[in-house]
Design a protein around this ligand. Sequence first.
Ligand code: 5AD
Ligand code: SF4
Length: 457
Amino acid sequence: MFSEQLGYIEKAKSIAAARYGVPKACINTYGCQQNVSDSEHIKGMLEKMGYAFTEDASDADFVLFNTCAVREHAEDRVYGNIGTMKALKKARPDMIVAVCGCMAQQEKVAERIRKSYPYVDILFGTHLIHRFPEFLYRRLNGSKRIFDISTDTKHIVEGIPVHRDKTVKGWLPIMYGCDNFCTYCIVPYVRGRERSRASCEILREAEQMIAAGVKDITLLGQNVNSYGKGLSEDINFAKLIRKINDISGEFRIRFMTSHPKDCTLELLDAMRDCEKVAHHLHLPVQCGNNRVLGVMNRRYTREKYLSLIKAARSRMPDLSITSDIIVGFPGETYEEFCDTLSLVKEVEYNSLFTFIYSARPGTPAAEMPDIISRAEKGKWFNELLQAQDIIGKQKQNDMKGKTYRVLCEEESENEGFIMGRTNGTDVIEFAGDKTLIGKFVNVKVIDTNNVLKGTLI
Ligand code: 5AD
Ligand code: SF4
């Protein structure tokens, strides 16, 4: 229960105030939206402990690295950035450095940080975010370094304070963990088993967000389509979005990520019926070849995936579809990669998140023979990017002259311009002032030179 932490919050607050005056925290977040949401909760707890926020680590009394383990490149970046803390900590020994997130949850990483990064004061795993005030208090109070990656994959701690980074858009976790064990993926090992929040908690938080002015809520989970499993109430993801849609107010509902194996017609019907649900489906295919999909343990075929796309488009002709793709999975041949390429051309995605396969120690794929060179995979990768580039440009061209209802999200880097998002995923830049932010307006697309340009109607 989070209430157990309230005493630590008060005690940490008084030590930090005595030591630093107004203490400042610098939070560095890597990886996916779940991490962004976790950081918002850590910031919420820091705020209660009296901390203000800074982007500049050299100006901070507390520096946190909330890490991602999905690909090696992300991990390397984190090690480099934690390394830069050595000099800062030497100059300011009373500063506290902490590491959390998916990298921290791995025993080998925790051990490496313990041994090679002695200036890291606190390391905690993905299951212990709610105990952060206790860890910070103990270290502020002179305890030894704290390293705790113990797991609890049964309980969800509700009531953690949250400091949202944005006012117009907000993240709302509906479930944690993943049970799918795709053979390349580290997530099930570092985030534990799937567990869903009670729908009443989600609805309560959605209502609070809407009352606070959030206009675009993204429901988060590694696999939102299996929401509700294990709960005693009669609920699934389709029913959940219908309930959120019933909340009064002008706002949009988005969600990610959907696993194709659990994407039901019931969900697609709910998307079509609920006027507040954005017409955007992020449905990661990963690969277009059935043999590779099998070895990836994705549990659907190319044909099943394509039939889902057809079912979704027949219900929502204006649907934006996006996907994740891994190029160069161990054992994948060029011919098999060409099946991915042909699938991409057939689906005509609005945009793609593309990755070259990265071996994650501890996953089954990391043990599989992988003979294709990085350079060769790079060529395939570029071929995929080029194919998608043509599709994306064509889609943008098709928007020219049409009018879209957009949510004004933020000011553009170009002064006097606003960035508005359609009910799909497209962002249109148009002349307007910042009083429009948070409002829904109609914008006509007039130009499509890489960035969509529009004019307010
Ligand atoms: N290598 C490359 N990409 C990966 N992803 C997950 N694990 C790996 C890996 N080992 C990609 C998948 C997933 C996205 C979040 O990251 O495409 O959908
Ligand atoms: Fe990883 Fe697959 Fe779970 Fe997504 S569904 S988090 S890719 S194991």
